[in-house]
Design a protein around this ligand. Sequence first.
Ligand SMILES: O=P(O)(O)O[C@H]1O[C@H](CO)[C@@H](O)[C@H]1O
Ligand code: HPA
Length: 326
Amino acid sequence: MAPVNATDVNGSKAYVPVKKTLPEVEENGKSSKGYSYETLVETANFLLSRTSVRPRIGVICGSGMGSYWKEGSLAENITDPECIPYEEIPNFPVSTVEGHHGRLVFGKLEGVPVVAMQGRFHYYEGYPLWKCCLPVRVMKLIGVQTLIATNAAGGLNPNYKVGDLMIVRDHINMMGFAGNNPLHGPNDERFGPRFPPMNKAYNLEYRKIAKEVAKEQGIDNIVREGVYTCLGGPNFETVAELNMLKMVGVDAVGMSTVHEVIIARHCDMKVFGLSLITNECVTSYDHDSEANHEEVLDVGRMRQDTLRQYVSRLVQRFASSDDASP
Ligand SMILES: O=P(O)(O)O[C@H]1O[C@H](CO)[C@@H](O)[C@H]1O
Ligand code: HPA
C-alpha cells in the first residue's frame, strides 16, 4: 500500500502508515521468545533429570489449598516428595502471591504418581496469560495426562455457603471476551490445534466420580456443581460487576484456572476443576462486609483436612477410571 499524502486537508501532518513485519506476540514489551516448544522441552527435561517420579496427574493447589502453611495441606501429604522451588526451574516464573509457596512437589498420593504446583501464577502478578499457563504445558511434556485445577473463589450463587466446594461444570472466559486468551499468537500444532473446541472442557466422567466420592466421604451436603469465571484482578469485584456476572449464569468468581484449563484442553489433557468457596460475593449495597485475601486463606485452612482427603481420593479414583477406560 502506498503511503498516504503526508499533508491532510488542513495542512497538518496526516498519518503515514509504516510498513512493518508482524512481531512475535508482544506482551508488556517482551516478546514470546521464551515460550517456544523447544524451550519448554528444555524445562521438562530439567525436571525429568531432577526427579524419579513420572506423574500422570498434575494438581494445581490454589490459595485455599494450603500452598502457604505446612501441616495438613494436600501437597504436604504427598509421599516420598521431591520438591523443586520455581526459582531453580529454567524458564519458570516465580510466585509472588501471599499464600503461595512457589514450588513443584513430585511424589505419590494414594499410591498414584503426581506432581503438585504449590502456588500458581496469576495475570495480576504481571505475567501474560501464556506465561501463567506455562507449567501446564510443561506438565504435558513430562507425561501428565490429567489436570486437577483447584482454586479459591467467591460464591455468587445465593445457595452457596462459605466453606462449600464447587465441582466446576463449565467456565465463562471473561478475559477472552476482551481478546485476552492464553492461545493468542502463533499456534504450535505440536501442542494442539489452532481452533480447539471447549464445550467439553471439564471431564464428565471425573465430575460423576467426584459426586460419588463426595457421597462416600459424607460431604455431599457441601459439594456443589457450577460455573466458574476468572476476572483479571487483583481487586475484588464491585456490586454492579457481581450482579452482571450473576445474570449471565456465574456461580463462583476467581482470578485463575480458566486460562490453565484452556491450555490443558488445547493439548488434550483431561481436566477436573474444583473451587473452594471462601467468601460470599457481596451483591447488595446494603451489605457491610468486604472481600479480603486473609479470609480466603483462613477458610482454606479451615477446610484443609476435607480438601486433602477429597482430592487425594479423587486422584486415586481418576487414575483407576483412566486405567479401566479403553
Ligand atoms: O485462584 P486462586 O489462586 O486459588 O486464588 C484466589 O484467591 C486470590 C484472592 O484472594 C486470587 O488469587 C484468586 O484467584
Ligand atoms: O470473591 C472473589 N472474587 C475474585 N476472586 C476471589 N478469590 C477468592 N474469592 C474471590
